[in-house]
Design a protein around this ligand. Structure first.
Ligand code: NAP
Length: 216
């Protein structure tokens, strides 16, 4: 786990609760420029920005999506319909941490009948993005607290999936920097099914080798 990234990039984060907040802290600590947004407006994020330090600023969700090379969407799934339609610059890597919980999100027919996945719904909302599903299968407390240096036998692994190999490489490097191993689970359609809630990798306390076995 490095304290400073070799390549510093801009990362906008929409949703700074348990998962998005942990990512904002990791990415600011490793030297990236971070723009954070929530549903209530930038004026409500002063404490977080002060904690994150000089590389952080609070913005609107619209601005966060257009802030940098990478954007994170970490909100309840039902809220993705309120994101600005295709509100990203072409080619932006969008990290999707979201999961489908019908009790929170309401029933979504295309997910209930398995004809789509939650990440494909986000990709349809942001068609100019290169969506990578990541951080959806790890508990937020582990993400916040259990980063370890590369090679540590206790290092946890995180499944990622997506349709763009270069985008997955970039996300894999960010994951490594913050103290975890990334394991490629395939395309968005495949991976979305392999590491969604109620699958073996979901919430697994696993290193890279074990996670590969769990992903089948
Ligand atoms: N918690 C976990 O352990 C965990 C693990 C893996 C994946 N996930 C998934 O990751 C996502 C985030 O989970 P979380 O636990 O971090 O959620 P959370 O703590 O409830 O935080 C949600 C964040 O999303 C923001 N938000 C909600 N609607 C928004 C909108 N329309 N525009 C902009 N921001 C909006 C909220 O802002 P306000 O506070 O201003 O409303 C808040 O900052 C969920 O889909 C969840 O299922 C969670």
């Amino acid at each position: 786990m490095s304290e400073s990234s070799a390549v510093r990039i801009g990362i906008g984060i929409v949703g700074v609760g348990n998962i998005g907040g942990a990512l904002a802290r990791h990415f600011a600590r490793t030297g990236h420029e971070v723009a954070v947004a929530n549903s209530r407006g930038p004026e409500t994020l002063g404490d977080l920005v002060a904690e994150l330090g000089p590389r952080a600023r609070a913005v609107t969700a619209e601005e966060a999506l257009r802030f940098g090379e990478v954007a994170v969407v970490s909100i309840p799934l039902h809220a993705i319909d309120r994101l600005p339609a295709d509100g990203v610059a072409p080619g932006t890597i969008v990290i999707d941490t979201n999961n489908y919980y019908p009790g929170r999100d309401g029933q979504i027919a295309v997910l209930d009948d398995d004809s789509s996945t939650s990440s494909e719904l986000l990709a349809a909302r942001l068609p100019s993005a290169r969506v990578v599903k990541a951080f959806n299968a790890i508990y937020s407390a582990w993400l916040a607290e259990r980063g370890l240096p590369a090679g540590d036998p206790a290092r946890l692994a995180i499944p990622i999936s997506g349709d763009d190999a270069d985008a997955k490489r970039v996300v894999g490097e960010l994951i490594d920097e913050i103290g975890f191993d990334a394991v490629d689970a395939g395309t968005l359609a495949e991976g979305g099914r392999k590491h969604q809630p109620d699958t073996p990798p979901y919430g697994a306390e696993a290193g890279a080798e074990q996670l590969r076995r769990l992903l089948g």
